[in-house]
Design a binder for this molecule. Structure first.
Ligand code: ADP
Length: 503
């Protein structure tokens, strides 16, 4: 910081020495400095126009091309330069100066109102081009721009009033900018304030001078250089060195907001999980009492009760058994999310093998054939226990929901192909898709989504026992792995359950 200030002062000192020896050279250099900065700001804004969501910066950026262009003409038209032989004296240069300052002040005034908006560069550019051209024509061609400097008399009232108007507009622009301060990085904002303040001070100097070579002019140009240097710091340096503060500030803010809502959702989810866990855990206790006493009643007082009484007790005991199953299911469901995410490479062929082993009884009883066309299912990153459970639930269902013939279950894996993935898995991106096909009773398409919801079953428990939690657990497991799950089926022929796991 100190080095930068010293360097800045050194530059100003060089400018000052030059101003003492050759004012024209000083003036040309000072103006060229602001022309170069203005050009740089324009180029930065123009090339990032598709990314800049902050209309302020884009608008200022576009306007600076025209400010810089008119300042350049001002430098060339300065008395003594001799570039435009037709324009004698200091009037034209002063007119051009005023035009540049008006464009700049109006731009600073309008820009804060565009802060949150997306501006269309084409029409803005065209408007600036039209207005600037008309003003230049009024100086160079039509000679009807109000006189700003009269030889021997000095500055005209028009020029002085214009400078005050410009100062007022710039001051107002600081105020309006301040009201939109939330859209800016605090560092950039400070630099913008300082820059506009320096330009205001510079304007005030130019209302005081009498001759074209005057100490106020030197001071005014120093302040203008300072103002443009600060704009350079605010826009060019920040834009190139810390683009996230300037151009992608919205992106950064959105990212922070997203992060915050993610944390909130996670906290809420955590509470909910805790709640489900505690409730299902605590419900077991009174249930055990009911079941226990119903059993006692049946054993000890069977003789006292009539047939109806014994039948009722059987209902109570069946009900408690069912409720116990449901609560256990719920407990298992709520546990899927509570265990710590501890992902490691999992060989899916081994996971399948384990699931088959756990289902050995059911497989033998039903005469099911489980075949994995690919001996080598891929290795994925995940929670091994849960992936075994996933296979086990799907295989278990394939066996349970069979038709008369013995179940045949095929498991295979294929690379996920993004949007070409089956329903529900389009968003997954790169990964593996696992497919478990059976030749069972099938599912109607209108039930494809319902079956993944807790307690949703398609059958009375008589024919197919179950709680309706198995697939809900499967869904929770794949979602915990960042994946997806779905089913395709032909009723009466069989179903294919698929789940995707991202890389
Ligand atoms: P449960 O098997 O305990 O009823 P699930 O959540 O595992 O609970 O399954 C929900 C419903 O989806 C089942 O009731 C059944 O109707 C249907 N279903 C699941 N798997 C299959 C399958 N392989 N074939 C036919 N229907 C199935």
């Amino acid at each position: 910081m100190i080095v930068q200030i010293l360097a800045g002062l050194a530059v100003l000192a060089v400018f000052y020495v030059i101003s003492l020896h050759n004012f024209l050279l000083f003036h040309t250099m000072a103006e060229l400095f602001s022309v170069i900065v203005a050009g740089g700001i324009f180029m930065l804004a123009w090339n990032s126009r598709r990314n800049i969501k902050n209309g302020y910066l884009l608008f200022i950026g576009l306007s600076f091309l025209f400010v810089g262009a008119v300042d350049f003409l001002h430098a060339l038209a300065y008395e003594g330069m001799g570039v435009f032989p037709d324009l004698q004296g200091a009037n034209a240069a002063t007119q051009l100066w005023i035009i540049a300052r008006f464009i700049q002040a109006v731009s600073f005034l309008a820009a804060p109102m565009l802060t949150g908006r997306k501006i269309r560069t084409g029409p803005v550019f065209a408007a600036y081009f039209a207005v600037t051209s008309l003003l230049l024509l009024s100086v160079f061609q039509w000679h009807n721009f109000p006189a700003c400097y009269i030889e021997g008399v000095g500055l005209t009232p028009f020029k002085k009033i214009s400078e005050y108007a410009i100062v007022l507009m710039l001051a107002a622009s600081i105020y309006i900018l301040h009201r939109h301060k939330d859209s800016f990085d605090p560092g950039v904002l400070k630099l913008l304030y300082a820059s506009i303040a320096a330009i205001i001070a510079s304007e005030l100097c130019f209302t005081f001078y009498v001759g074209v070579y005057d100490p106020f002019i030197v001071a005014g140009h120093f302040l203008k250089i300072t103002g443009f240097f600060l704009i350079y710091k605010a826009i060019i340096e920040t834009g190139l060195v810390r683009p996230q503060d300037l151009l992608f500030r919205e992106l950064k803010q959105r990212e922070q907001m997203l992060y915050r809502s993610k944390m909130e959702v996670e906290a809420a989810n955590g509470e909910l999980r805790q709640f489900a866990y505690i409730v299902s855990h605590d419900l077991k206790e009174p249930l055990r009492t009911v079941a226990g006493f119903a059993g006692l009643l049946k054993r000890k007082y069977s003789g006292v009760l009539d047939d109806k009484g014994r039948e009722f007790i059987t209902y109570i005991m069946e009900g408690t058994k069912r409720m116990d199953e449901l609560i256990s299911g719920l407990l298992a469901y709520s546990r899927v999310g509570t265990t710590k995410r501890d992902f490691a490479p999992v060989d899916m062929a081994a996971a399948l093998e384990k699931a088959v082993l756990n289902l050995k009884m059911a497989i033998e009883e039903s005469g099911a054939r489980v075949e994995s066309g690919q001996k080598n299912l891929p290795v994925v990153k995940g929670d091994a226990t849960q992936l075994v459970q996933l296979f086990q639930n799907l295989l278990g269902n394939a066996i349970k929901y069979r038709r008369e013939e013995p179940p045949r279950i095929a498991i295979r894996a294929e690379r996920a192909e993004g949007e070409k993935n089956p329903a529900g898995c389009e968003q997954m991106g790169q990964g593996w898709l696992f497919l478990v096909s059976d030749n069972g009773i099938g599912i109607r398409s209108e039930d494809y989504e319902r079956i993944f919801i807790v307690f949703q079953r398609l059958h009375e428990k008589g024919k197919y026992p179950g709680t309706g939690i198995g697939l809900a657990i499967c869904k929770k497991i794949v979602e915990r792995h960042g994946g997806c799950i779905g089913v395709k089926s032909e009723p009466g022929k069989g179903s294919t359950f698929y789940f995707g796991l991202p890389d």
